[in-house]
Design a protein around this ligand. Structure first.
Ligand code: TAP
Length: 462
């Protein structure tokens, strides 16, 4: 390899590293998120380009086959519906983790028995994390895609069995680190974590999957960083560490937004209690209203806070919501959006959809910023949100979401809720908000109902 090529690779890696860091920074605000995605993509192109120049590559044919295969799998994965992004992300982690495990395995058999202790230790970490992330991510995909049952499956002594599996793989790893010549034990270091990955996800309910995926993302990042040590690649170490830490921070943010501890997410079997609660509900009377009545109330309001949720995403109602925002603003109504950190099914879900519909960013207010406004708000219009508005989280200690911070919509003068039925949201529990005297239920699909309100507001021109 010529010195120029060496320098080119180093510069490509350096710029890629800087771009990955900038991407994470920019991705943290809706106004700069698109730039963040571009920075990440450019960083990845430079990282791959630099790697392809590497002297270790003797033949490009297998790489070309991999590129074609990867594109055949990757392009359709990138085209999935927005609501399927969590399971799509889990599937990407599974692919990354499988790759890390295979590379680790190849490195071991190429080098054994002459593997220095430090190298063997990181290699063990790489394959253990890679294997459990592979099956864990596949299980998470299955649960979110509803191929597998969403409810937590538990049995007596489950945590003991799971921790024992993890403990045995760590013991095997320690033994191999001390005796790398015992190649026969290496498959155990892959097989046991593969089983552990499945067992780890079995007791976790579908509602907690996005948090778990974020944690698996963190594991995938850490295993890639370990692979960086094995392959002596600073870029992989940095990118893996960024991935590992950002995934971990995201899981912490999500757990906090749901007022749950990590151990409760991982071992709490959340989802079982709610199913029982939902099943024992009695039918209680609610006030419902038509699109015409809703339009009259909205037109007479001075201040409106729109609270979007998962239902808006399912109905793809964001563009209609934008039209409603325009129509109300034109009439002099002050319209803001209240965004809960876990509204929808992935972090930033509502921000992405509303940004896609070009709602001005300064109209989107986080939960903490908007909650003080509700007592002075004429109408809180909830579009396909449920759990994030449930006052039981504040008052009912027996509720599974007790303690989760919510949007204080019940403090507004009038509450209107667009949803199709009295069915519960993701947590599977009833919402006392719907039975308040000030609450009007607007039964219908979010896109269709908002369209109907618009027609009433604009005299049939929407
Ligand atoms: P949910 O509580 O899941 O409620 C969504 C509501 O939308 C449902 O009650 C449903 O009622 C309604 N809906 C569905 N399709 C609709 C359509 N086409 N038109 C109108 N309404 C429709 O959603 P949320 O309030 O956004 O709360 C999110 C939940 O997901 C929370 O429990 C949260 O903890 C959980 N979660 C989120 C995340 C992230 S990161 N966002 C991560 C983990 C867990 P109908 O069926 O009656 O229409």
């Amino acid at each position: 390899m010529t010195p120029i090529t060496t320098h080119l690779i180093e510069v490509a890696y350096l710029v890629a590293t800087a771009l990955f860091i900038l991407a994470l920074k920019w991705l943290s605000a809706p106004s700069t998120a698109r730039r963040g995605v571009w920075a990440g993509e450019l960083g990845m192109v430079l990282a791959i380009g630099g790697t392809l120049l590497h002297h270790g590559i003797v033949d490009y044919r297998w790489i070309a086959i991999g590129l074609v295969l990867g594109s055949i799998i990757g392009v359709p994965l990138g085209l999935v519906h927005m609501t399927a992004v969590p399971q799509r992300t889990a599937l990407s982690h599974a692919c990354g983790a499988l790759c890390v495990t295979l590379v680790g395995t190849a490195e071991f058999y190429l080098r054994a028995p002459n593997v220095p202790r430090f190298m063997m230790a990181v290699l063990s970490l790489e394959v253990i994390l890679g294997s459990l992330t592979f099956t864990g991510s596949l299980m998470a995909t299955g649960k979110l895609q509803e191929i597998l049952p969403q409810r937590p499956i538990t049995y007596k002594g489950q945590n003991f069995v799971n921790l024992s599996l993890l403990g045995i793989s760590i013991l095997v790893a320690i033994y191999i680190v001390l005796n790398p010549a015992h190649k026969a034990l290496f498959p155990l270091m892959i097989g046991i974590p593969l089983v552990f990955g499945v067992m780890m996800i079995v007791p976790i309910g579908g509602a907690d999957m996005p948090t778990v995926i974020s944690l698996l993302n963190s594991y995938a990042g850490l295993s890639a960083a370990a692979m960086g040590f094995v392959l002596d690649s600073k870029l992989l170490i940095i990118a893996g560490a960024l991935d590992g830490s950002s995934g971990f921070i995201l899981s912490v943010i999500m757990s906090k937004a749901m007022n749950r501890s990590f151990s409760n997410v991982l071992f709490g079997a959340f989802g079982q209690v709610q199913a029982t609660a939902a099943a024992t509900q009695e039918a209680r009377p609610v006030h419902s209203a038509t699109a015409e009545e809703a339009a009259t109330i909205l037109a007479a309001a001075n201040t409106v806070v729109i609270v979007p949720g998962y239902g808006m995403a399912v109905a793809q109602a964001q563009h209609k919501v934008r039209e409603l925002y325009d129509a109300l603003t034109k009439r002099g109504v002050d319209v803001k959006f209240g965004i809960h950190p876990v509204a929808g099914r992935m972090p930033g879900h509502m921000n992405v959809l509303l940004a896609e519909a070009d709602i001005p960013y300064d109209r989107l207010l986080d939960m903490d910023a908007i909650n003080g406004d509700f007592p002075q708000t004429d109408v809180a219009l909830i579009i396909g949100a449920n759990d994030v508005t449930n006052p039981a989280a504040r008052t009912d200690q027996s509720s599974p979401i007790y303690g989760m911070p919510i949007l204080d919509v019940d403090k507004a003068r009038t509450v209107m809720v667009i949803k199709r039925s009295m069915n519960p949201g993701f947590a599977g529990i009833d919402n006392p908000l719907y039975y308040l005297d000030k609450t009007l239920m607007l039964f219908g699909d979010a896109k269709g109902f908002v369209g109907d309100i618009l027609r009433e507001l604009t005299g049939g021109h929407a």
